[in-house]
Design a protein around this ligand. Sequence first.
Ligand SMILES: [Fe+2]
Length: 386
Amino acid sequence: MADNRKTIFVVDDDLTSLAVAKVALKERYNTLTVNSGAQLLKILEKSIPDLILLDIDMPDTDGYETIKALKSDFKTTDIPVIFLTAHSNSENELRGITLGAVDYIIKPFSTPLLLKRIEMHLTVESQKHQLESQNQELKAKHQELALQKLELVNFNTKLQEMVDAKVKTILELQSALLKSMAELVESRDDITGGHIERTQSYLRALLESMKTRDIYKNEVAEWDLSLVLMSAQLHDVGKIAVKDNILNKPGKLTPEEFEEIKKHTTFGGEVIDKIMESTSEHTFLIYAKIFAMTHHEKWDGSGYPKGLKGEDIPILGRLMAIADVYDALTSDRPYKAAFPHDEAVRIILDGKGTHFDPLLIDLFSGTSDEFGNIASALRPMKTGSA
Ligand SMILES: [Fe+2]
């Protein structure tokens, strides 16, 4: 049967004292008697006890020297040491405790008291070990959690990068498809080449100016500007449904033909509605429909297709009206030559409060140079005053 009793080393040069201690301890503990400090240090190289009872007065290495040696070695520093000595003065006791002893017991001792104090120190020691081991476990768990957290952060970062890359690809594809679709429509209307790209640039200039000048700032803050600009390409998508002979008529349109042309706004809305039915991503399509349906409305209600008035016209439609008209004025048509930039600007400023939103015309007035620069960059045009 395994002996689970704790082991105590008793160190004393006096053989009688060793025998007395052994008798006192033998019922409860494995006891090893050692007759000098030097011998104790040698034995400790091979075996570590649960507690040491140490005499002070010994030849060669006394109790104080012995405890110093024990406390300076990491292998023995944690062994609880109780001084068991005939020295009863408090100075010696203080010295012993200061050197690291857990207790100081005077010989001759009472056996029950000695056993009680040993038991008390062993219990404290055992609790200390338990706490240390719990502490170690907690530390290990903490490290494990920190590692898992790091792995989670790395995983999330990688996941986010993958999602970002996918979103970027989808947006690029979406943009390319929209551009192709818009160019396809534009290619049917051979008198307005480059119109989509230029109106998009004029719109960008107006939007950037709105941000810096705090015009309609609450509305601008709600828009996703890159989607607004992407969807602006579709403002004339309804022209796909206008007959070639009307769309490309070299002369001025009859009133009936003009009525047909006007339908490109509602056709555009219907085309976009169709696309909406087959996708859950609606934001840019909502913008696109606003552009298609309202870019020919006028502030005073004389526009088409619905004759909307003032603030009933969505701001995006009011903005596109300025970009669209500027481009039409500065473009050659079979029935008119392109107006120079300054003349086009003057005509648009004259439309303040009738054709256009007065606030946005104030904005345009401060942005018109930018319009001229865009026009010059995107196509050769006439400059100077009319
Ligand atoms: Fe249009």
